[in-house]
Design a binder for this molecule. Structure first.
Ligand code: SOE
Length: 381
């Protein structure tokens, strides 16, 4: 039977534009979906670059103004993969036009922006999702299942880090393509919104709401040349961000994200310790879940390293054969597959904009606590 088509309008053609485009193309090849995504148009200010991107990925047309893209009757879904300062305006306009909306993380530069975006999609009643892609790592979906089955008992600790080292050089400029993550007016914040947000979103999903935080941030390089003005300007992003906190379930939170951990490129780690069991995971070995169960027979008790490649592991029966791994790009493919499946059933799928807002509330509280040097409570979304 011919599937319903779903016409995609992508805004932005950077690293994330590529991960999303690949996911739209691959998802229907590996999953049985109610919709066939069609790469209808890509939108970017530079027409030549947009054309090149369209040719490479198979987009049928280009736009250079996102407003024109949203006005098009032949677009069903707006996918926002452009820098953070564009998220709110585009998402709100897209929702008002009745389009489905997908948005790169973080949802807003602040929770205030995020709240306006949630209000827009809710009053328009349009399907929406934030690209917190790591929720679709099969090993972490398995961890979520184990937690939901109650295997850990009472949770005592949740700790998580995201370590990178790409901004250590003081010669690296801020602002402009590829470097807007260093410009606070565009990014909103530094590692707090870019990296720590991943740790937080994952924790909210796995371990529930965070009630209060005490944060600390640092900007190691205080001035950098701005790529757009050519001038030396103050750096207003946080280069490193850490916090301790409390989850509503009574467990303790310990989080850190930095772009100054020499030797680390993208080391996202997490560990959770409960009264019966513990688990740990890291992005460099993303297909493995380390699991310890105290209730195992004493003589054999120990950490097991589960290779998440079998047909009964989350998502894996849709891929190769047992023992063969998948990687980073598959998390986006899973996200598209889940979104389209849910949209076909008229159901929401997490992380929705509301989930994105819950994360924005925590990042806002961390940044605010770092300024006030006081504990901050986290509002619920
Ligand atoms: C930053 O370097 C970055 O690309 C983030 O923006 C992504 O969200 C993260 O997944 C990898 O690192």
């Amino acid at each position: 039977m011919a599937k319903k088509t779903l016409n995609i309008g992508l805004v932005g053609y950077g690293f994330m534009g590529r991960t999303h485009s690949n996911a739209f193309l691959q998802a229907p090849r590996f999953f049985d979906l109610p919709y066939q995504p069609v790469l209808k148009a890509v939108c970017a200010r530079n027409a030549d670059r947009a054309k090149g991107f369209a040719e490479n990925w198979g987009y049928q047309s280009i736009e250079t103004d996102w407003r024109a893209l949203i006005e098009r009757k032949d677009i069903d879904l707006i996918d926002i993969a452009s820098p953070n300062d564009t998220h709110a305006e585009i998402a709100i306009a897209a929702a008002k036009a009745g389009k489905m909306v997908l948005c790169e993380k973080p949802l807003g530069r602040t929770a205030a922006e995020g709240k306006a975006m949630v209000d827009a999609v809710q009053s328009a009643g349009v399907p929406n999702m934030v690209w917190y892609n790591y929720r679709r790592v099969p090993a972490l979906v398995l961890l979520k299942q184990l937690l939901d089955e109650g295997r850990f008992g009472r949770i005592f600790h949740y700790r998580s880090q995201f370590l990178q080292d790409w901004t250590i050089s003081s010669d690296l400029p801020q602002g402009g393509e590829g470097l807007w993550r260093l410009d606070a007016s565009v990014a909103g914040s530094g590692v707090t919104g870019d990296l720590l947000a991943h740790n937080i979103d994952m924790a909210l999903w796995l371990n529930g709401p965070i009630s209060e935080v005490s944060g600390m941030t640092e900007t190691f390089i205080k001035e950098r040349k701005h790529s757009l003005t050519g001038k030396i300007e103050a750096v207003n992003i946080d280069d490193a961000s850490s916090f301790i906190g409390r989850f509503k379930n009574g467990s303790m939170a310990l989080f850190e994200a930095t772009r100054y951990a020499r030797g680390h490129k993208a080391l996202f780690t997490l560990e959770i310790n409960g009264e019966n069991a513990s688990a740990r995971w890291d992005l460099h070995d993303l297909h493995r879940l380390e699991f310890f169960d105290y209730r195992d027979e004493g003589r054999l008790r120990g950490w097991r390293s589960i290779h998440i490649t079998d047909g009964d592991h989350p998502y894996m029966k849709n891929w190769w054969v047992p023992g063969l791994q998948i990687g980073y790009e598959h998390t986006f493919i899973h996200q598209v597959a889940d979104f389209l499946t849910a949209a076909g059933q008229g159901k929401p799928v997490a992380p929705t904009f509301e989930d994105g807002l819950a994360c924005d509330y925590v990042t806002d509280a961390v940044l605010s606590s770092a300024k006030t040097k006081q504990w901050e409570s986290v509002p619920s979304a």
